[in-house]
Design a binder for this molecule. Sequence first.
Ligand code: OAD
Length: 251
Amino acid sequence: MIEPIEHAADILSKAQSVVALTGAGISVESGIPPFRGKGGLWEKIDPMKVAHIDAFLENPETVWKVLIKEMKHVLDKARPNPGHTGLADLERLGILKTVITQNVDGLHQMAGNSDVIEFHGNFAWQRCLDCNRSIETSRVDLGQMPPRCGCGGILRPDCIFFGEMIPHQALIRSQQVSADCDVMLVIGTSAVVQPAATMPFIAKDNGAVIIEINPEATPLTPHISTLPLLGAAGSIMPRLMKAIRRRLASA
Ligand code: OAD
């Protein structure tokens, strides 16, 4: 029987239009904890108390102290791992078109991917609740809690909280590229948060092959994933890329 990674390399090296859907798992090997499962952020803090928009508006100081400040410390240090660089290489080879990511860490862009749909927004910018001015997160003064804009308004990250809408363009484009791809690579997502989790269904309904990379089974694994590759993105992606390069070199 053909080894699953070799099988996936066969499919990817012949594909016309590949899209990746990524989640927190792809950044775990960059030192960013996931949300769910062992060591997950939601094991330690209740998302409805600190990651819901109502919680933020009611008590921005607590949400800044418990969640946003901590996120900033972790994300400041994070760098792309072989899972991210594998996806950037896949784009450079002309195989991968677009990355849809639920992550707000900017690591796909840092790795070199050029078309990244940030489904849940990004953490690189903060926005003023009063005047709507944007300021880079790196320039925010953490000496005052909650941090404030020059106008005195409270700053919030440019990513979405629970209870908020997905940025309209991100949603529409994600649905389009999912419907148009012939292969979707689903990497490091528990696939339980909507509407991101519907993208593999849209792709599959339109005839795409779904290749899933995750050390654990997800709700997609039994019925939606055509080819589950069980393992960490940081070890599967380099092996997959090696197998793809071998095929392209001998073509
Ligand atoms: P989760 O934390 O729900 O799931 C992480 C997934 O990554 C799990 O399925 C793990 O098995 C897998 N995983 C862990 N380590 C991995 C590794 N090294 N390589 C590959 N996979 C690995 O993260 P998401 O699915 O991204 O939303 O969560 C979706 C959304 O829920 C997030 O964007 C966030 C959260 O609440 C908001 O904040 C709005």
